[in-house]
Design a protein around this ligand. Structure first.
Ligand SMILES: [Zn+2]
Length: 303
């Protein structure tokens, strides 16, 4: 059978004998095939579509198009009930981590080993004769490493975003200006931006599923602006502390940015900053770091 991809809509498929991560998928014209889940299908979802696809690595993949009935979705908390205890602002770090307005930092995945392996496989590929069998074999090796990295990142982002929408009633993130980002030429920066865009897409997708408000706010100046008095001060990237020359407010640079994101989120929803909550007391006094390893192992942060 020669095909790259095939889609079944509404009928012609049946999922049976699901046990843990394994199941049997029956497809008309093909028959029973054994599959292994990369991610669990939510109980309340209906499978509307099944796509069978051959990847560049030569492996086969099945993806499911799911539909959830809107009536089953949890309701979002009334915006008037949102405050700094059940809402969070997030600073998406250039240094590959997130910092929350309530003082949590989550390290990004350490992918050094994976990228090292990718460079090694790419070097091997560059030494093969184009069009030869060996070239083709090595091309698949490169594709495999890339796929491994993509999956690892996606899996990790799923875990962080699920944690966020479960933990908070409102999550505010910076609106990444796609156009502005694409105009930047630095490759590493672009890769990071692509990762953040995927992160935000996941967050927004989960907002409805978990009944959480997810709002993107204006990103300009979140680092410069003082979260306490609003005065803007330029600080170079290596200055990790926010120390306001105008009001004297001092905190971590990223905590200040995350707090600004939180405030912008509130005003985006038409809410003022709760008057009885001065920024100084809303900000945590110390920051606790949650390791990437721990998220991957437990699937939740629950600091
Ligand atoms: Zn200030």
């Amino acid at each position: 059978m020669e095909f790259q991809s095939m889609t079944y809509s509404q009928s012609g498929f049946e999922l049976k004998n699901t046990s843990g991560r394994h199941a049997t998928l029956w497809l008309s014209k093909i028959g029973d095939i054994k599959i292994r889940y990369h991610r669990k299908i939510p109980d309340e979802a209906d499978i509307k579509e099944v796509t069978v696809k051959k990847e560049t690595t030569g492996d086969w993949f099945v993806s499911f198009g799911l539909e959830t009935d809107d009536a089953d979705l949890p309701e979002k908390l009334d915006v008037d009930s949102l405050d700094s205890s059940n809402s969070v602002g997030i600073d998406l770090g250039i240094l590959n981590y997130i910092h929350t307005s309530d003082g949590k930092t989550v390290d990004w995945l350490d992918l050094e080993d994976e990228y090292e392996r990718l460079r090694r496989e790419q070097r091997k590929l560059s030494r093969k004769q184009k069009g030869s069998n060996n070239y083709e074999k090595q091309r698949r090796e490169v594709a495999k490493v890339k796929r491994h990295i993509r999956r690892k990142v996606l899996d990790y982002q799923h875990k962080i975003t699920t944690w966020l929408v479960r933990e908070y009633n409102a999550v505010f993130v910076e609106d990444l200006n796609v156009k502005g980002m694409l105009e930047q030429s630095h490759n590493a920066r672009n890769k990071q931006d692509a990762a953040w865009r995927q992160f935000i897409t996941l967050l927004e997708y989960k907002a409805d599923l978990y009944g959480t408000h997810v709002v993107q706010v204006e990103a300009r100046g979140t680092t410069k602006e003082c979260a306490s008095c609003g005065v803007e001060t330029t600080k170079p990237i290596w200055v990790r502390e926010h120390s306001c020359p105008s009001c004297g407010f001092e905190t971590d640079r990223d905590a200040n940015a995350a707090m600004n994101v939180l405030q912008r989120g509130f005003s985006e929803l038409g809410l003022g900053w709760p008057e009885d909550t001065p920024v100084e007391t809303a900000l945590p006094t110390d920051t606790h770091s949650v390791s990437a390893k721990r998220i991957v192992e437990t699937g939740s942060l629950g600091a």
